[in-house]
Design a protein around this ligand. Structure first.
Ligand code: WT7
Length: 569
């Protein structure tokens, strides 16, 4: 029997108090995610149960029980306190998927600071804009990434502590740097968590929009209520599950469902801190007897490409549930997974801002391959008209997805940008910026984004960020960045470049420009193709018509030019 029982029944008399009761939480009580994920699980008699099975590069393996996790989080929390880090300060976590990342995340929450996880592949510039915005006082990092921090530290007066978790003493520590070694530190047995409340900020995740700098999505401790219940009902996590979430905690999936959800349920999870390889992934599942696997469409498409034979070489019978998030999950991928694993990937739709799953397929419910299925119980979702923001009730009509605000994990604002936050609400709906249709049976079908943001392999890339980086190069007069189709990543970044007079459109120059922007951008945002053009299509007021270039790349009808002229405003 699945945790959710019957979806229809759960929808009928839903209240978030179901999760509150299970978590022994009442309105006004102290609620601390770090405590819920460790101390409470230990109190429930699971202190010796495995919390984390970790595999690093070169096959290194480490295992931690819930008591180990509790002590590690305490030790981090105490160290931060001893450094003088105060509740409410932002602590940036800039590490690979090493155990320290997971435990420092909980330690930060326990001592009441705000965790700001950033993807460790970010270069100096990507790191700096996000730190400048949050004004983090502390960054926890590793040897291999500290050089990036060092290069920008002089310009970051707000940054007080650079904590290195694997300092080997080979070269001296510099100003503001301090070493912390989890393995040799004396474990802190007794730690009093900061008494955080429902609305105390917990996590700050950065996400890219079409314009402007990346936005810091502010979440609060109360998000636990949503993350706990969705992990229980959608991922169906059970006590004896071995769970694997393939996402990096630099992104919201990796924290909401790679730390908070599973551990608040006392479930064992595994982490593979290595690059993607189909062979490796199957070996990992087989070795650790993974039973519940939460991944992303690009990874699934890469596995499909690696072939069915590879799957049959491994024993995959341990798997009982598969789910996916991040980009459209095409029906082929669902059909394929049914064929090779005997299980469909259950698509889940949500975003950094929503903090928890919103529209999902549920275990036991009919899967329509290609559909995101239905709103989580308690979530009011609709498709609304893009001009009036009135609900569209006729099945099959395309509109904007809208959610009635008020679920526990919803962002509370964009850090220092209340105006943009407010602009996301229209006519009483929160508008995530995606288009969809609803069929006669109430199933949601994703149509596309409503803006120019590129979703490459599940990562959002702002065309504006890439264009800005390009424009900083001395040879570039103008640029426009759009997506183009890609078999594995669904879409990849393509840049159109107009050169300044006196520069020749050579391959050599292209390489130079790419090397120049590589330092500024996340590797995920790098253009896969660059095309020199003499000029860019523009509106009369001079706005670049990305939509026209996009249509060209996707072989779509360019359509009515009058609509393009409407962009003139
Ligand atoms: C955007 C949010 C939620 C964690 C990862 C992404 C797209 C997300 C789906 C899905 C089609 C999806 C949307 C959304 N997206 N899930 N199941 N089907 N598109 O978080 O980086 O905030 O991106 O990803 O466009 O708005 P994110």
């Amino acid at each position: 029997m699945f945790n959710i029982g019957s979806y229809e029944e759960r929808v009928k008399d839903f209240s978030w108090s179901i999760a509150e009761k299970e978590l022994d939480y009442k309105d006004g009580d102290v609620i601390n995610i770090g405590w819920y994920c460790t101390d409470r699980i230990c109190q429930q008699g699971k202190a010796d149960k495995l919390a984390l099975i970790w595999e690093g590069k070169g096959g290194k393996e480490k295992r931690y029980t819930f008591n180990d996790a509790r002590l590690a989080a305490n030790t981090f929390g105490q160290f931060l306190r001893d450094q003088g880090v105060k509740p409410g300060e932002r602590v940036c976590l800039f590490m690979d998927k090493i155990p320290e990342l997971y435990f420092s995340f909980l330690g930060v929450l326990k001592m009441g600071a705000i965790a700001q996880p950033l993807f460790s592949a970010f270069g100096d510039e990507s790191l700096k804009v996000r730190l400048d915005n949050s004004e983090a006082t502390t960054i926890i990092t590793q040897k291999k990434h500290v050089s990036k921090v060092r290069r920008i530290l002089a310009d970051m007066s707000y940054m007080k502590h650079v904590i290195m978790v694997d300092y080997d003493g080979r070269s001296p520590l510099r100003e503001r740097e301090v070493a912390f070694d989890l393995e040799s530190a004396t474990p802190v047995e007794d730690f009093t968590c900061e008494p955080t409340f429902a609305e105390t900020p917990s996590v700050l995740h950065y996400t890219s929009g079409t314009t402007g700098q990346p936005k810091g999505v502010k979440h609060v401790h109360y998000s636990l209520i949503s993350q706990y219940l969705t992990s229980k009902w959608v991922l169906d996590l059970q006590d004896d599950d071995i769970y694997w979430c393939t996402a990096d905690p630099g992104w919201v999936t990796g924290t909401s469902y790679g730390i908070i959800g599973p551990w608040s349920l006392g479930v064992t999870q595994c982490v593979l801190d290595r690059g993607f390889s189909a062979e490796e992934w199957y070996r990992f599942i087989e070795k650790h007897r993974v039973s519940m696997w939460y991944s992303a469409p690009t990874a699934i498409r890469s596995l499909m490409k690696a072939g069915d034979e590879l799957v049959t070489k491994h024993d995959m019978k341990c798997l009982r549930m598969l789910a996916s998030v991040g980009e459209p999950l095409n029906s082929e991928a669902v059909i394929w997974s049914e064929k090779v694993f005997g299980l469909p990937f259950l698509d889940t739709y949500w975003q950094t801002e929503t903090g928890s799953m919103m529209i999902c397929n549920y275990p036991g419910m009919k899967v329509k391959p290609g559909s995101m299925a239905k709103p989580f119980p308690g979530i009011t979702a609709a498709v609304v008209d893009s001009d009036t923001y009135e609900e569209i009730t006729e099945p099959g009509q395309i509109g904007l997805i809208g959610f009635r605000p008020g679920w526990p994990a919803m962002m509370r604002t964009y850090w220092g940008n209340e105006e943009t936050y407010k602009s996301k609400f229209k006519n009483g709906w929160y508008i995530p910026g995606d288009r969809a249709t609803i069929d006669k049976e109430g199933y949601f079908w994703f149509v596309g984004r409503d803006d120019d943001v590129i979703n490459t392999g599940g990562h959002l890339v702002s065309p504006f960020e890439v264009e800005s980086a390009l424009l900083e190069h001395e040879a570039v007069a103008e640029s426009a960045v759009v997506s183009k189709p890609d078999v594995v990543n669904m879409e990849v970044v393509k840049a159109f470049v107009v050169l300044k007079a006196g520069f020749d459109p050579t391959d050599e120059l292209e390489l130079k420009i790419m090397n120049f922007i590589r330092k500024k951008l996340s590797p995920l945002a790098m253009p896969q193709e660059t095309e020199y053009v003499k000029n860019l299509p523009k509106t009369r007021s001079g706005k670049i018509m990305r939509r026209l270039l996009h249509a060209q790349e996707w072989g779509e009808e360019i359509g009515d030019t009058s609509t393009l002229e409407n962009e003139d405003d």
